[in-house]
Design a protein around this ligand. Structure first.
Ligand SMILES: C[S@@+](CC[C@H](N)C(=O)[O-])C[C@H]1O[C@@H](n2cnc3c(N)ncnc32)[C@H](O)[C@@H]1O
Length: 235
């Protein structure tokens, strides 16, 4: 995207390389864990879901139709190249161009907005979180690569393209949410997927503004299942 040097997903060969990495067992297990997290918050008929940064449809294929019907799922992404791969695999899916910093959806127009493995690649997260909270009625669910304190920025290189890699501490994330949405009361649930990745669920509530930690819980035992699956495939 123009004027966004951190967005390299359309660079030559990047989308294809990433998609091939995502066929690895660890990536499969990781996205199974994300679907497990979603299952806690996505129940009931007619649930409307928006995925921000849907990439090549790896989350779509776990959510639809198990947790949400095809017609009630929309995925948006800023990368045409990532979307192209997703559309090829899932021609029936609504995967469209869209920007998490300015979502073309009315306020409270979906039940749940999800965004996985996106925040850590952004240079600023307040505006993105504000948009996710604006469009969702019930929950905004997203992943964070955690760190103990503050924010740690490094980078990673894929096919010669450099991507921002940011880890956020819990306190940093709460501050960003509170600053981005000063008038809003938010309940925050934190799901420990594993050491390197935590799931956050932000839900608006009534009451005085502020961010309140509500639940802290583990989702599955995915390290163990990963090891077992690897052992099976290597046998
Ligand atoms: C690491 S991929 C994750 C894809 C998918 N969520 C998954 O877990 O399989 C990050 C995706 O976020 C997209 N992205 C980055 N910035 C975005 C933005 N501002 N709005 C929408 N999508 C964005 C990228 O194009 C890329 O497809």
């Amino acid at each position: 995207m123009e004027n966004r040097p951190w967005e390299r997903w359309n660079d030559e060969g990047v989308a294809e390389t990433i998609e091939s990495i995502w066929t690895e067992v660890s990536e499969k297990v990781h996205r199974d864990a994300l679907a497990e997290l979603c299952a806690v918050y996505m129940s009931g008929p007619g649930l409307q879901v928006l995925e921000v940064g849907c990439g090549t449809g790896r989350i779509y294929e776990r959510l639809v139709p198990r947790l949400v019907s095809n017609e009630n799922y929309t995925g948006v992404d800023t990368s045409e190249k990532m979307l192209e791969i997703g559309r090829r695999k899932h021609p029936q899916a609504r995967l469209q161009l869209g920007d998490g910093f300015g979502l073309a959806f009315p306020d409270r127009s979906v039940d749940v907005a999800v965004s996985f493995e996106v925040l850590g690649h952004l240079p600023e997260i307040g505006g993105f979180l504000r948009e996710m909270m604006r469009v969702s009625r019930k929950h905004a669910i997203f992943t964070v690569w955690p760190c103990a304190e503050g924010m740690i920025e490094t980078s990673e290189v894929i096919r010669g393209s450099r991507f921002i890699h940011r880890q956020y501490s819990h306190d940093y994330l709460c501050q960003q949410l509170a600053q981005a949405l000063p008038g809003l009361a938010i309940d925050l649930d934190v799901a420990i997927l594993y050491t390197e990745c935590w799931g956050y669920v932000a839900s608006p509530r009534s009451g005085p503004p502020g961010v309140t930690l509500r639940h802290l819980f583990p989702v599955g035992n995915y390290r163990l299942s990963l090891l077992r699956e690897m052992a099976t495939t290597q046998r």
